[in-house]
Write a protein that binds this ligand. Sequence first.
Ligand code: HEC
Length: 153
Amino acid sequence: MHIVKATRSSICLLIVAIWAITATAAETEDIIKYRQGVMTSISGHMAAVSQIVRGKVDYADDLMYHAESIDRSMQTVESLFPKDTDFGETRALDAIWSQADKFKKVSDEAKAATSAFRDTVKANDKAALVAKFKTVVDSCKACHKDFREQKDQ
Ligand code: HEC
C-alpha cells in the first residue's frame, strides 16, 4: 500500500517537474522569437528610411512614421533580453548578462540615437538628417559587434 502511494506521488512530482521544464523552455523560445521579430521590424523601417534619405524614392511623408516606429521599438530594447534567454535558436551572446553595464551603455546610446533621429525628422532638419541616420546605424553595429554572435562565414 505504502509503496504504491509513494510511487504515485513520485510520478506526480515527476510530471510537475517535466511540465515546469518544458513550460520554461517554451517561454524562452517565444521570447527569442518575439525579440527577433522586433529586431526584424526595426530593420525593415531602417531599410525604408535608407531609400528615402538617399533620395532613391519620393516617400518623404512617410519618414516620420518610420522614425517613430524605430524609436518606439528601440526604447524597449533592454526588455527584449530577460536573463537566461541565451540558449536555443538565438544569436544573443552571454555578454549581454555577464557585461550588463556595457550592454546598458550601448542600449542607452542606441535609444538616444533613435530619439535624436526622430526629433530631426520632426523638426524637418534636412541638413542633419543623414548624419543622424548614420548615428543610428552605428549604434546598431556597436551592439551587434559585442553582443550578437557573428554569422558563420
Ligand atoms: C543593445 C543591443 C542591440 C541594438 C542597439 C540593436 N540590436 Fe539588433 N540584435 C541584437 C541582438 C543581441 C540580436 C540577436 C537576437 C537573437 O538572435 O536572439 C539582434 C538581432 C538583430 C536582427 C536579426 C533578427 C533575427 O530575425 O534573427 C536584426 C535584423 C537586427 N538585430 C537589426 C537591428 C537594427 C537595424 C538595429 C539598429 C536600428 C539594431 N538591431 C540594434 C542586439 C541589438
